[in-house]
Design a protein around this ligand. Structure first.
Ligand code: NAD
Length: 501
């Protein structure tokens, strides 16, 4: 049974230090593998957000004017501290999220890569110059910080997603306010402390915890210039609409239903490995998880056999266990939501090949086993909606064209992958698939930190993607200077060359 013993209460991080302002409301943080409540998190109200913004605004002035060298020094120190504390960060992810240890370390690594990208801020913030656009006239462009910006992040990557935003926003000279997921907020506080130790001035980075009340206070605050959001589509749409209505620049990344098409000529072992790792890794709680396999032509029978065989070998256990391949879901409420989808899949006529509801995990933790449905069709909830659990659905199609029509009709467009040995088919797919991130024989095509991450359709509201070059554009605004320095000979100074007429 879940216990609530030994709980501590987390704090906000405001003005460069922990903030213990008593909270009117708090939330419970559970250890996903046991279901135990291990801490409570205070929920910010509008007054607390307002105080964080005031301190951030005061700090942003000096930080925005700090030289590129001073800012780079902090980023390099931050990068080194993240490296030193990668195990500690991963441990918090394993505990509060429930990921297996190797997966949590992978998430930390991807976050560190964004800090590395941000260390190159001297290159990233370079403008362009056109000399001599007219006589004595030059034009050049600058990129300047926005001031105070905010990030609102989901539970499923409590280190990586904040790190998609924070290093770049700071490197660009902004102050940043993070509102992490209330379900696994502890890594944000360690990140705050590492930034302080890296030499970031007080107030430039803040963490305010909370739920919708804190989010709405951020969206409505006139002192916040831009908001980055990552989470479910319904909330992304709300954040984009409310934020832009209040005059902010907003990028809001939403949910996903990523398809992997397997053509008859594919390497079936590679495709089966990919479907299983991308379908069940992190218990399917990844926005780039493959949740739909589209099996083309006669690939279906041999591929299904290979997928089932691999599922049989997966170890579902507490993420601290060395041999665990897949951990629990984030919460009991989410477990009930996912099992509800499995029930509906059966009721709506899909063929349940592997039933994760049968997992024997005792009465502790939020566990469900890997689940596989075949003969799934649009119109079934397990196809139309984002399940966000270890539920892989297979749709059978006769031709590549039919597979593409299926993907085109889907509401989401985050990632899509194809498995084939035909370069022409792969190229056609890459060109025509309506998704922001495309994999060719790669199931989870997450761009590296120096490219930008983002989807299409209901997977992104706004235009600029996160991190990489789009991140730099998002956290800065452009300015073009047109400058005239008339030839000194106009003032009678003789430089020894003829005056211009
Ligand atoms: P969520 O939308 O429930 O929560 C995200 C954030 O919004 C949290 O900080 C939460 O406190 C806040 N929030 C929740 N409900 C709110 C409301 N009604 N009003 C205002 N704020 C609210 O998402 P989640 O369950 O934490 O994360 C899983 C979702 O995130 C999935 O849909 C997944 O696909 C998506 N996701 C997308 C990406 C991407 O890059 N597109 C990446 C990671 C996760």
């Amino acid at each position: 049974m879940a216990s609530t013993t030994g709980t501590r209460t987390l704090h906000h991080w405001i003005g460069g230090a922990p903030d213990d302002t008593p909270a009117g409301r708090t939330g419970a943080i559970t250890e996903s593998a046991s279901g135990d409540v291990v801490a409570r998190v205070p929920f910010a109200d509008a007054a607390l957000v307002d105080r964080a913004v005031a301190l951030a605004a005061a700090a942003a002035e000096g930080w925005g004017r700090a030289s590129l060298g001073q800012r780079a020094k902090v980023m390099f120190a931050f990068r080194a501290l993240l490296d030193e504390h990668r195990e500690e960060l991963a441990g918090l992810v394993v505990r509060e999220h429930g990921k297996v240890h190797a997966d949590a370390l992978g998430e930390v690594q991807r976050g560190i890569e964004v800090a590395e990208f941000a260390c190159g801020l001297g290159q990233l913030l370079k403008g362009e110059m056109s000399a001599g656009v007219s006589s004595g006239v030059d034009s050049y462009s600058l990129r300047q910080p926005l001031g105070v910006v905010a990030g609102i992040t989901p539970f499923n990557f409590p280190v990586m997603v904040p790190m998609w935003m924070v290093p770049i926003a700071l490197a660009c000279g902004n102050a940043f306010i993070l509102k992490p997921s209330e379900q696994d907020p502890s890594p944000s506080l360690l990140i705050a402390d590492l930034l302080r130790r890296a030499g970031l001035p007080d107030g430039v980075f803040s963490v305010v915890h909370g739920d919708r009340e804190a989010v709405d206070a951020i969206l409505e605050h006139p002192g916040i210039a831009a908001v980055s959001f990552v989470g479910s589509t319904a909330v992304a749409r709300h954040v984009h609409e409310a934020g832009t209505r209040h005059g902010k620049r907003v990028q809001a990344l939403g949910g996903a239903k990523n398809h992997a098409v397997v053509l008859p000529d594919a390497d079936l072992d590679l495709a089966a490995d990919a479907l299983v790792s991308a379908g069940y890794g992190s218990a399917g709680q990844r926005c780039m998880a493959v949740s739909v396999g589209v099996l083309v032509g006669d690939v279906a029978e041999p591929l299904v056999a290979r997928v089932r065989e691999r599922i049989g070998r997966l170890v579902v256990a507490d993420g601290t266990q060395a041999d665990a391949d897949m951990g629990p879901l984030i919460s009991d409420a989410h477990l009930r939501r996912v099992t509800g989808y499995v029930d509906r899949g059966v009721a709506e006529g899909a063929t349940l090949l592997v039933d994760g509801r049968a997992l024997e995990a005792g009465d502790r933790g939020h566990f469900i086993g890997p689940t596989l449905f075949d003969h799934v069709e649009p119109g079934m909830a397990i196809y139309d909606e984002e399940v966000f659990g270890p539920v892989l659905v297979l749709v059978r199609r006769e031709t590549y064209r039919e597979a593409m029509e299926l993907i085109a009709a889907n509401a989401y467009g985050n990632g899509a992958a194809i498995f084939t040995n035909d370069g022409g088919a792969a190229r056609a797919f890459e060109q025509e698939v309506p998704a922001g991130m495309v994999g060719i024989n790669v199931p989870i095509p997450v761009p590296m930190a120096y490219h930008s991450f983002g989807g299409w359709k209901d997977s992104l509201f706004g235009d600029l993607h996160v991190h990489g070059p789009d991140g730099v554009r998002f956290y800065t605004r452009g300015k073009v200077v047109t400058r005239r320095w008339p030839d000194p000979s106009h003032r009678g100074v003789d430089l020894g060359f003829p005056a211009e007429r």
